[in-house]
Design a protein around this ligand. Sequence first.
Ligand code: CU
Length: 80
Amino acid sequence: MRGNKFLPEELTVPAGATIVWVNEDPEDHDVLTRDLRVVSPVMKTGEIFTLVLSEPGSFAYLCDLHANMEGVVTVTAARR
Ligand SMILES: [Cu+2]
């Protein structure tokens, strides 16, 4: 997170990859899905949140502290 955005806002990873969010802003951020299956702690400057997504699909998330701060991770089938 930087400048109240997720950078990159769209990311594609293979299933099973570890995704890492790093808060590089002076403000707090978090990572949530609308269905609340994923809810990170509120992250202060320099804090990280990691997540492993094992199912292929599209994973939309947001920061509920900032309107319009959204991102999408596309998970593809794992490489063999
Ligand atoms: Cu935020």
